[in-house]
Design a protein around this ligand. Structure first.
Ligand code: NI
Length: 180
């Protein structure tokens, strides 16, 4: 397995609408394994293919991405995931994203969603998700249409977050220069 390069805001690939996957073969499964490895290394609970520069409709998720106890990990691979039902009830959750490092903001999501997808073995599946999993799925599936969680914020909150993000990039660049 390999850890893939992470694409961060404002990379163009994060804004593209991803293409459907037609075939689940060993090459794709290798890519799914690499995506999962990348997600665990970067301590995320979800990762979408465009975040590693691949414009395909693929996500990996794990609501328990624990490092300490690997037995609680529940990795899932979802190919061509599609939300086919959304609850009327909404919830607020403080979301982050590996492509917008060091930032968080409260986003409103549907409390429950039903998702249709193709699994690791190429089998069609359906899943009814609630709690954290429902939020992660909505966040990751958004990525496949070029949508980031900041797009759900008010213009003011979004611009404040991007200002803080740019400051973070600046500081990170400086600390890397010092280390070199
Ligand atoms: Ni994200």
């Amino acid at each position: 397995m390999a850890v893939l390069k992470l694409y961060e805001y404002p990379s163009e690939v994060l804004r593209q609408k991803c293409e459907r996957v037609n075939k689940v073969d060993d090459e794709l499964r290798r890519f799914l394994d690499d995506m999962l490895e990348t997600m665990y290394v970067d301590k995320g609970c979800g990762l979408a293919a465009p975040q590693v520069g691949v414009s395909k409709r693929i996500i990996v998720v794990d609501p328990n991405p624990s490092d300490e106890d690997l037995s609680v990990r529940r990795p899932m691979h979802l190919i061509n995931p599609e939300i086919i039902w959304r609850s009327d009830e909404m919830v607020l959750f403080n979301e982050g994203c590996l492509s917008l490092p060091d930032q968080r903001a409260e986003v409103e999501r549907h409390e429950k969603v039903r998702v249709h997808y193709t699994d690791y073995n190429g089998k069609e599946q359906e899943l009814l998700a609630d709690d954290l999993l429902a939020i992660i799925l909505q966040h990751e599936i958004d990525h496949l249409d070029g949508v980031l969680y900041i797009d759900h914020l008010s213009r003011l909150k979004r611009s404040r977050l991007i200002t803080k993000l740019n400051k973070f990039y600046d500081e990170r660049k400086h600390s890397n220069t010092k280390k070199a």
